[in-house]
Design a protein around this ligand. Structure first.
Ligand SMILES: Cc1ncc(COP(=O)(O)O)c(C=O)c1O
Length: 395
């Protein structure tokens, strides 16, 4: 089993802790380990640390509204959808409509299905071959009874970035609440929440070299969200449960590092490295890009993201899962589709929503880079993939 981070190309699934983040978590666990709701000095130290971290994260994400800590992306999404829907409709009178795209993360699909069982109408906006939503359909569907829209900004499996600014303005004009799943995008570009026409935004720390087990929901002022889990009244009564103060401090440190190391220059250095790797991979026979080509427009794809379909040189689709296993035998960590769906053998609903035939939709691969990767680490990857494909064909 490889433990060489240079061979870990699955950062869209999760990322290792940056050493500075690890040090910060340990420091806070020593100095502010107590329950931040306790009234004694130990608790006050934890409460102060918690609020300091909250302010740091809010500043990094440009959020002057509420920032509620959760356990990660899935929980933030559930709180956003179920918590705002409960305020929008009390179950009486005609049913409101919720719009999603056809390429949402399973967490959004699950929360939406829960709302559908409560009586909400559910519509999915179709996407094109690149995974971009049909804006004309969105616009036409924003009329009543639509009350809520939830969209994935950076698609985890195929990397597509939706034009969220434009979408947000359309939702605002229509007076419809917009939740954005920014779990992938927050790790790949700076977020300025206050400047965006978005009401609710979900993020997770573990995609940006912060710890697993913590995330946040950003809530614009005056947007009411009802708790979906009651208890001790933490997080302004919106999310019960003792806050993991050391993990939250690690999240704040990870965001600070990301902003300093990747987002301060004119261009994210990862983009050029990713594009060079993509060019190398596409020279392999039978390998094809899915989603937008970032070499034509970097604004349409997550900066660290490559997604492919693999077939034999004769064009016979190969199993993405088999190629992932063959790459693993060569020491590489890549994924077939998204981590949340790659444990299932069936084809990818995301690829199929983009018009890729079912017989090819289980041939997806995803390679997602980390900030530590250098050109020399990536140069051997196409050679390894060629070897992995040959091994799968020989099986
Ligand atoms: C786009 C997107 N949304 C939501 C999630 C769920 O986040 P978490 O695993 O932190 O619950 C993920 C995780 O893969 C994701 O990529």
């Amino acid at each position: 089993m490889s433990s060489d981070l240079r061979q870990y190309l699955d950062c869209a699934a999760t990322t290792p802790l940056a050493p500075e983040v690890q040090a910060e978590i340990q420091r806070v666990d020593r100095e502010a380990w107590a329950n931040p709701s306790s009234l004694h000095g130990f608790g006050l130290a934890a409460a102060e640390q918690l609020e300091r971290s909250r302010q740091q994260i809010a500043a990094q994400l440009g959020c002057s509204g509420d920032l509620i800590f959760t356990s990660g992306g899935s929980e933030s999404i559930h709180l956003a959808l179920l918590g705002s829907a409960a305020e929008l409709w009390d179950g009486q009178g005609s049913a409101p409509r919720l719009l999603l795209s056809a390429v949402e993360h399973p967490a959004t699909e699950a929360a939406a299905l829960q709302l559908q069982r409560q009586g909400w109408q559910l519509e999915r906006i179709p996407v094109d071959r690149q995974g971009l939503i049909d804006l004309a359909v969105l616009e036409s569907q924003l009329a009543p009874p639509t009350r809520l829209v939830s969209l994935i900004w950076g698609q985890s499996e195929v990397g597509t970035l939706q034009p969220m600014d434009l979408i947000g303005r359309l939702c605002r004009q229509a007076g419809v609440l917009l939740h954005v799943d920014a779990v992938q995008v927050a790790a790949q570009r700076p977020i300025d929440f206050d400047a965006l026409p978005i009401d609710l935004l979900s993020v997770a720390s573990h995609k940006l070299s912060g710890p697993r087990g913590v995330g946040a929901l950003l809530i614009r002022d005056q947007v009411p969200v009802r708790p979906i889990q009651a208890g001790g009244g933490q997080e302004r009564g919106i999310r019960a449960g003792t806050e993991p103060v050391p993990l939250i401090a690690g999240f704040a440190k990870a965001l600070e590092l990301l902003n300093i190391q990747r987002f301060q220059g004119a261009e994210d250095p990862l983009i050029e490295r990713r594009d060079a790797l993509l060019t190398g991979l596409l020279q392999l026979p039978g390998v094809e890009l899915t989603g937008p080509d970032p070499r034509l427009d970097p604004e349409q794809r997550l900066a660290n993201h490559i997604s492919l379909l693999v077939a034999s040189p004769q064009g016979v689709p190969l199993s993405g899962r088999s190629v992932v296993r063959a790459m693993s035998r060569l020491g590489y960590g890549i994924s077939s589709g998204s981590a949340c769906s790659s444990s299932k053998a069936a084809g990818s609903p995301i690829l199929e929503a983009m018009g890729i035939a079912p017989e090819r939709s289980s041939s997806g691969l995803r390679l997602s880079l980390g900030s530590w990767h250098r050109d020399a680490d990536l140069a051997p990857v196409p050679i390894a993939l060629r070897e992995a494909i040959a091994a799968v064909m020989a099986d």
